[in-house]
Write a protein that binds this ligand. Structure first.
Ligand SMILES: [Zn+2]
Length: 50
C-alpha cells in the first residue's frame, strides 16, 4: 500500500507530479485467524464373557 499527500501543507496546491523527496517504509505483520480443529480419539475396551 502506498499513501501520498494530495495537497501541499504550506500553500495547498496539488502535489500530483511533484518530485518525491522522501519515503518511509513500515511493515505490519498479521497473524492468520486461528481456528480450532477437534479430533476425537476413542479407546475401546473389550473382553469375553465369563
Ligand atoms: Zn506549497
Amino acid at each position: 500500500m502506498q499513501y501520498e499527500p494530495e495537497l501541499c501543507h504550506s500553500c495547498g496546491s496539488g502535489l500530483a507530479g511533484a518530485v518525491e523527496v522522501g519515503r518511509e517504509q513500515r511493515q505490519v505483520f498479521d497473524l492468520p485467524e486461528l481456528a480450532l480443529e477437534v479430533t476425537e480419539h476413542q479407546l475401546i475396551a473389550r473382553r469375553w464373557p465369563d
